[in-house]
Design a protein around this ligand. Structure first.
Ligand SMILES: Nc1ncnc2c1ncn2[C@@H]1O[C@H](COP(=O)(O)OP(=O)(O)O)[C@@H](O)[C@H]1O
Ligand SMILES: [Mg+2]
Length: 361
């Protein structure tokens, strides 16, 4: 029996494709370390996101390929690690890899609820996540993350940077921290975009894999100014299945198109209701709207979230469902959507990098 070499392992792994990136792990430079100890093989595979929805598939494919091509192996261990791909093109937040806007055509569709739960899902998978609450009409993220009693922001005396607040492992800056509840500020476009710029330049964000922006609802001038202010990796659109809401979502999609920001997909919220007692499904706002819209606009439906009183309560009490009831069916739905989003981000980053992939082994 000939000795197993690292090259044998690399050869076997070069037959395994990343199903999302549609190329093999070796040429994607995802195979990091290989240790061969007699007939024992240990390989480290580095994913482009810890929220990869196909983690288990990739791991199993690696094991299958090695066992098939190296039958003498008695033990095959694949360690999955992750190094999130991406880099904001702009130098204003050098430590932030990906910036994602969560937008909606109109208010009340659950944009902030979705933003918060997506953020927590990504963080639970191991990503470093921040939120900028840029909703000048209704900054609600502090409440949803249990930080509503906080006012003002601490400034580092040396760097003069503002420190983001933290909850559930998420870093947060909110426009709400700048507004006095009793004296609501009337924001105009330039003021809002000035504040948003400050949230990017004057905040010590540190290293972040994903920075999520909760944008004000709508597709007017203020939103357009904001979208042009932020260096965005991409956007997601939250909608409900009603006709009017879908028309608004369409406008949102068009807005991002106009400024060349890719839309990763549509999230349909309050899609249906499952009666807790009978388990019967009710399509409160009609059904299939999000799917239809996604097809029509050549976009993706990242998922559909049902109406669930625990989702609302979680928001009202600062205990988001994904953090408080992670094993509930609907938390799992949201976690899956977050992973689908992470996959879309990885695909975009890989496509951009495709030309200069280096094989380093
Ligand atoms: N899937 C859902 N099930 C039940 N209530 C929801 C759901 N999504 C959002 N809500 C509730 O709907 C209201 C509006 O949601 P919010 O996230 O504030 O919307 P937006 O940010 O779009 O204005 C909130 O009370 C929230 O708790
Ligand atoms: Mg909101």
């Amino acid at each position: 029996m000939s000795q197993i070499t690292k090259e044998d392992v690399i050869k076997a792994l070069s037959t395994v494709d990343d199903p999302d990136l549609k190329r093999d792990l070796v040429s994607l430079n995802m195979v990091k370390e290989i240790v061969v100890d007699g007939t024992k093989i240990n390989a480290q595979v580095e994913l482009t996101t810890p929220a990869c929805p196909l983690k288990d598939v990739i791991k199993n494919d690696c094991i299958t390929a090695i066992k098939r091509d190296i039958p003498e192996a008695t033990e095959v261990i694949i360690d999955l690690t992750a190094n999130v791909s991406g880099k904001s093109k702009d130098a204003i937040m050098p430590g932030v890899k990906n910036t994602i806007a969560v937008a909606s055509g109109k208010g009340g569709v659950g944009k902030s609820t979705v933003a918060v739960n997506l953020a927590i899902s990504l963080a639970k998978d191991g990503a470093r996540v921040g939120i900028i609450d840029a909703d000048i009409y209704g900054p609600s993220i502090p409440l949803m993350l249990g930080l509503s009693n906080k006012t003002g922001l601490r400034q580092d005396p040396v760097t003069k940077k503002l420190a983001p607040l933290e909850s559930y492992g998420i870093k947060l800056i909110s426009i709400g921290f700048m507004i006095d509840d009793d004296n609501p500020v009337i924001w105009r476009g330039p003021m809002a975009s000035g504040a948003l710029k400050q949230f990017m330049t004057d905040v010590s964000w540190g290293e972040l894999d994903y920075l999520i922006y909760d944008l004000p609802p709508g597709t007017g001038d203020i939103q357009l100014t904001l979208v042009q202010t932020i260096p965005l990796t991409g956007a997601v659109i939250v909608t409900t299945p009603q006709e009017v809401s879908l028309i608004d979502a369409k406008k949102g999609l068009k807005m991002f198109e106009r400024v060349n920001v890719p839309v990763f997909g549509i999230i349909e919220n309050m899609s249906y209701f499952i009666a807790p007692d009978t388990g019967k499904k009710y399509d409160i706002f009609g059904s299939g709207g999000g799917e239809k819209l996604a097809t029509e606009l050549n976009s993706k439906l990242l998922g559909s979230i049902p109406i669930d009183s625990r989702i609302r309560e979680g928001g009202d009490t600062g205990k988001p469902i994904v953090a408080e009831l992670p094993d509930s069916e609907n938390a799992k739905v949201i976690i899956e959507i977050a992973r689908n989003l992470a996959a879309q981000i990885s695909i975009k980053n890989a496509n951009e990098k495709m030309n200069d992939v280096e094989i380093q082994l």
